[in-house]
Write a protein that binds this ligand. Structure first.
Ligand code: URA
Length: 427
């Protein structure tokens, strides 16, 4: 088949800081999905985009072309309004677990199409798969039925949802081209727009454990995604939230499910509860539901009831014991003072080395592996007090996990002023 453009010309345009035309973008995404633009050509183009950026028009067209590479889910005709949340990924970020049933308990349907983890941040599906029997795959008909009956579903995105992004994301992962704002924004928003939600709240992480280390970069990413969503007719809001230190007190799949259950039972760590409630408020407002009292739905069991229904609908047993690790190792403080910092990335890498994450997408995760945090920045510590407990099924993993934690925390005479959990709101 003769092609409309030459891939090398498209690469040269971006290499020389030009703007790609709509026709070039449509062609390159389609031809790459079909396999007639080679992986090395797309890798060169992705690097040129990383180095030279894209205009707002180019980003919008690139996103739209990726949506058109697959099928758009049709969620019209549901009995409830829809709202979804997406986090750019962080360490200990289990917020989707309590948030989805919490929002559903107010009569808003949450179609949470999620992924598995790669690298040091965990994937929501990996966490839920630590629940015996739970199944991530739902057909579109099953998803619609569950959204009507239960109001909440967390499931795997089908292969036909933005397939161009699936291919491109895997390529970016191995070519040093993940950290490009136009490519991250279009990757996330193509999937969220194709999923068919009418309201979307973005949790854009800032800090050592996030893609975006600085507030300025995170603001630009949030602005780009909010504009893409709004232009596509999706009510979109972003919160910028801290990811210098892990969220909550657990990192790792089953450990995080346990913590999510504490939140759904009306307890749990303050930061996890506060962020869950802030995002729930935003989702309900974006879906047109006013006058909600989200904290009450955590303490009076309404959100927990919805969780149980959601897990059961996907063949999970909400009462089954969660897996526990074969061995643990506790690190204690060697000085007295206040824990000043605990680095999110180091904890994420250590949990990953204990078996909580995967290095290649075909690897299996160890559901019980991970890290418990006994102290958070701002907490006083004494000599010998436990700081972290490492959980794994394979004791030979401790050595490399401990190496990742080598200079992961600082204890000082007094508390340093922590950054607020919610740094900004962009609408
Ligand atoms: N998550 C995505 O889905 N895509 C990116 O590019 C980065 C994070």
């Amino acid at each position: 088949m003769s092609e409309t453009f030459d891939a090398v010309d498209v690469i040269r345009t971006k290499r020389d800081r030009g703007a790609l035309s709509d026709a070039q973008i449509d062609w390159v995404i389609d031809a790459y999905t079909r396999g007639s633009v080679a992986e090395e050509q797309m890798a060169a183009l992705a690097m040129a985009i990383l180095l030279n950026g894209m205009t707002r028009r180019e980003i919008a067209r690139w996103t739209d072309a990726m949506i058109r590479s697959g099928r758009r889910l049709d969620l019209t005709g549901l009995t409830r309004p829809t709202a979804d949340k997406h986090s750019t990924g962080g360490v200990g970020d289990k917020i989707t677990l309590p948030l989805t049933p919490l929002v559903a308990s107010f009569g808003v349907a949450v179609p949470q199409l999620s992924g598995r983890g790669l690298g040091h941040t965990g994937g929501t599906l990996d966490k839920l798969e630590s629940i015996p029997g739970w199944r991530a795959e739902l057909t579109t008909a099953e998803l619609r039925r569950q959204l009507d009956d239960v109001g909440a579903a967390i499931c795997a995105a089908g292969d036909d949802l933005a397939p161009a992004d699936k291919k491109l994301y895997a390529l970016r992962d191995v070519t040093g081209t993940v950290e490009s704002i136009p490519l991250i924004a279009s990757s996330i928003m193509s999937k969220k727009i194709a999923e068919g939600t009418s309201a979307l709240v973005l949790d854009v992480k800032v800090g050592s454990g996030a893609f975006m280390a600085t507030r300025a970069e995170a603001t630009e990413l949030a602005r780009t995604m909010v504009d893409l969503g709004t232009d596509a007719g999706v009510t979109t809001v972003a919160l910028l939230t801290d990811m210098d230190t892990p969220l909550g007190r657990t990192v790792g799949n089953a450990l995080e499910v346990r913590e999510a259950l504490e939140v759904l039972a009306g307890g749990g760590p303050t930061d996890v509860v506060d962020l869950t409630c802030a995002l729930a408020d935003e989702m309900l407002t974006a879906a047109g539901r006013d006058g909600h009292e989200v904290r009450a739905a955590l303490s009076d069991g309404r959100a927990m009831d919805r969780w149980r229904a959601m897990i059961t609908a996907q063949h999970g047993d909400p009462d089954a014991p969660l897996p526990t690790a074969r061995v643990t190792h506790t690190i204690t403080a060697t000085e007295r003072g206040v824990l000043q910092t605990l680095d999110a990335r180091a904890v994420g890498v250590a949990a990953w080395r204990l078996g909580a994450g995967r290095a290649r997408k075909e690897d299996a995760v160890h559901p019980a592996a991970g890290i418990e945090l006994h102290a958070k920045p701002g907490d006083p510590v004494t000599v010998g007090a436990p700081l972290l407990t490492l959980h794994t099924d394979e004791p030979q993993r401790f050595e490399r996990a401990l190496a990742a934690l080598d200079s992961a925390w600082r204890i000082g005479p007094d508390a340093s002023t922590p950054r607020p959990l919610i740094i900004d709101r962009i609408a």
